[in-house]
Design a protein around this ligand. Sequence first.
Ligand code: NAG
Ligand code: NAG
Ligand code: NAG
Ligand code: NAG
Ligand code: NAG
Ligand code: NAG
Ligand code: NAG
Ligand code: NAG
Length: 902
Amino acid sequence: MGWLARFLSFLLFHLYFHASSSLSFSFNSSFSAMLCQHDQSLALLQFKKTFSIRSDASPWESYFPYPKPYPKTESWKEGTDCCSWDGITCDFETGNVIGLHLSNSLLFGTIYSNNPLFFLLHLQSLDLSYNDFNNSHLSPQFGQFLNLKYLNLSSSNFGGEFPFEISYLSDLVSLDLSLNDFLILETTIFNKLAQNLTQLQELDLTFVNMSLVAPSSLMNLSSSLTSLRLGYCGLHGKIPDISHLSKLVTLHLLFWDSYGGLMIEIEPMTFDRLVRNLTKIRVFRLRGVNMSMVAPSSLMNLSSSLSSLALIYCELQGKFPDNIIQRPNLQLLDLWGNEHLTGSLTRHNWKNSFRHLDLSWTKIPVYLDYDFIGNLKSLETLGELTQLTELDLSDNSFTGQISSSFGSLKQLSSLYLSYNNFNGQIPSSFENLKQLRSLDLDNNNLSGEIPNYFTNFTQLLSLSLSNNRFTGPIPVQLGRLSCLVNMDLSNNKLHGRIPNSIFKLVDLTVLILSSYNLTGEASSATCKLKSLQILDLSNNSLNGFIPQCLGNFSKSLSVLHLGMNKFHGTIPETFSVGSSLRYLNFNGNQLQRKIPLSISNCRNLEILDLGNNNIDDSFPHFLGTLSNLQILILKSNKLHGLVKRPTANYSFSKLRIFYLSSNMFSGPLPAEYFNNFKAMVNSDVKMEYMGDPNNSYDYSVSLTLKGLEIELVKIQTLLTTIDLSGNKFTGKIPQLIGKLKSLKQLNLSHNQLTGNIQPSLGNLSNLESLDLSSNLLVGRIPMQLVDLTFLQVFRVSHNRLKGPIPEGNQFNTFDNTSYEGNLGLCGFPLEKCNSKESQQSAASKEDDSESKIGFGWKVVLAGYGCGVIFGIAMGYVVFKTRNPAWFVRMVEGFQKPKRFKN
Ligand SMILES: *[C@@H]1O[C@H](CO)[C@@H](O)[C@H](O)[C@H]1NC(C)=O
Ligand SMILES: *[C@@H]1O[C@H](CO)[C@@H](O)[C@H](O)[C@H]1NC(C)=O
Ligand SMILES: *[C@@H]1O[C@H](CO)[C@@H](O)[C@H](O)[C@H]1NC(C)=O
Ligand SMILES: *[C@@H]1O[C@H](CO)[C@@H](O)[C@H](O)[C@H]1NC(C)=O
Ligand SMILES: *[C@@H]1O[C@H](CO)[C@@H](O)[C@H](O)[C@H]1NC(C)=O
Ligand SMILES: *[C@@H]1O[C@H](CO)[C@@H](O)[C@H](O)[C@H]1NC(C)=O
Ligand SMILES: *[C@@H]1O[C@H](CO)[C@@H](O)[C@H](O)[C@H]1NC(C)=O
Ligand SMILES: *[C@@H]1O[C@H](CO)[C@@H](O)[C@H](O)[C@H]1NC(C)=O
């Protein structure tokens, strides 16, 4: 059967090759007698033994478009023909193993250089993608497979430096090393690879660390490439002229947008040459590439074969050439996040082949012909869009009722209408959208009851209805949506109890039912939801005890927010080792007794808010062992006694917000802690919002900022605050406090502090609010405080201060109330001082050499003009508003939108 077998193996190999790569063929032993070479069979069996099968080695979720993983190597049995084993392809003529396809096979273990895999030197195709090789170094031995045409090691946890030996594989046609973020590829090796792999058609290096590769190296890539995917790989600088890659059908160049600008750019000339030469391009996808100099009109030069065009977050400016829509093959257009892109798309632009449209965070939808898209009235126009599977019109200014004609987009799997001003009820025609997997209607003015027919959307993974005015109870039948992963119904006018059926949704990872007027007790049935990562039942009227099991029911729980309810009893004591909790908030309940020691098991805790309860305990110094703790709020409880010294010098070193106000602490201020607060010393911090990195959940806390009690719904990492007010602290203000240079607010008011106002406070150059009122402080207000040019709130009222008030800068802006109730202060805004007092005050600044030495006194004002009022401070406060889109857009143009896209 010589030629036939050869032909068949050729055919099958190429079939495999050209078919989807996740397909894998296994030859049936009935095809021929024992084929497999003994030594290769042995090598495979030994290869199998180097791994264990682990259920989490091939990540998979029911909504992944991949086949479900299963252990292919289980079918490998000694004494049977290895060519019949799952995942093995043999050459029929020689019996050599030429294909190994173990994608998604739950393999876990390290691949060392002596792995039996490297005996299989006849391999032409090797696919080990979607396994977990435990951060193995990518062995140089891979360079020995000189017959290899196809190599796929995507998402298989390889790491270390990329071996140059891979460049020996000069026959490679397809190389996929994507999603191995610990793999480091540097310039010289990339160049070798690019120069030697002249047959390469497909190259995917998404999420490989290429931060050391010079972008100009891309010019060395082989012009045979038809698919190039680079993304999130740390390349930075200018994209060079790669227009020699004229055979490209797919091009992905994806980068993160980071605060402070995009890291990679493309010049107009380069871009123009590229698009003109990509005559075969079908998928053109750029993200986070600075194209601000590129005229959008140059997109018109893209080939007519274009089927997918995505330019996400590219800072495109000006008018989008709407004729692009006329491209005969275009199915996808995504211009998300180009905030200065304008234009208009009208019904005449559309082709019926269109499937995916995302214009959110652009200026285009403002001009979008909503009569067409939203108020689709007549059936004849509908025909044009009925194939649409994803529609994103979020973050626009659409008003009025949601058109019932959306209901005719029956293929929709994602519909995003959040952050608009839609009102009225959800139209009953939505009943037809049975294919929906994701429905976001949050942040509108929608009302009425949550429709019952939602329970028929059995594919629904994510349902977000928050920040609307829905009324009535949660439909009991929602418990039937067994695929549901994310349910956010927060901030509506819903009421009643949580239906028990919800607790059957054991896959659920996010459950947010906050601000809701939910009544009854928190059921311990909640603890059945063992996959939960976020549980937020805050701002309701829940009462009774907090179920003990909430402390340890889910290993993955990262957010537990039960704040603003009516819980009483004690805090659960069941927090256990291995907890993933990052955010724990019980603020605003009636909890009593002690702060349980077991909280110190939550090693990942970043925020702990137990404020506004009736906790009757001493200071929980054991929390100092939580090395990630950044925010500790214990205000308004019955905490008492001395704040004992820290247990170690690293205790609380990451703390940025420290709130002990309105308790009954006594004794001296906790100066040793001030010494430990390293995070408050360093003002060179990157601006970010604190939140759950795996979910788009913003952490919130309620604080008193500049005298106002507010709920911060986003917490900037720049916010640093100490509030020890309303206790019985005695003694002097420690000099050490002047070290906390990044401190923005300091409140020591309503204590029994004595001595002078510490001149070292003048070192807190970022301070915006300083409240020392209602103490027993004596002496003068130190002149050094004039240097606090960000100061907006200054209060020293009700002390025993005297002498002249410092003059200049912010001190020109405070009024009488800052100073009232003292013994003898004078100067603006109070009465003039007599001249003797002024002279003394000038002298006192010069004399204060002690503090100058102690704190490396320097003029923090250098570079700032005198008398300028700096009023930018409110930037880190995001208030709770019904429609934060306004804020996000107007004030925080750089803010990352909620949904993750790539
Ligand atoms: C590599 O394997 C993954 C997972 O099976 C697949 O999604 C991807 O398309 C493959 N890459 C190539 C270039 O075939
Ligand atoms: C493989 O061979 C067995 C027995 O001859 C047969 O039952 C089975 O259907 C064959 N499988 C394939 C995929 O051809
Ligand atoms: C995985 O890697 C770790 C760290 O290198 C090592 O200690 C462990 O033995 C490895 N496990 C396996 C199964 O290879
Ligand atoms: C390039 O490939 C050839 C085989 O075709 C090999 O001999 C040579 O060593 C490779 N060069 C580099 C720099 O890897
Ligand atoms: C990429 O590699 C460089 C150099 O080894 C390293 O400094 C950097 O932290 C890595 N980046 C990531 C995101 O791992
Ligand atoms: C553009 O593509 C053609 C082949 O289609 C090629 O000959 C030419 O060199 C390319 N231009 C540049 C600047 O690389
Ligand atoms: C769900 O769909 C079925 C069949 O299409 C229908 O009979 C039933 O009324 C629907 N249920 C709801 C609550 O709309
Ligand atoms: C909450 O529900 C209770 C009882 O159902 C009702 O009396 C109360 O007015 C509701 N409060 C709000 C703010 O809706």
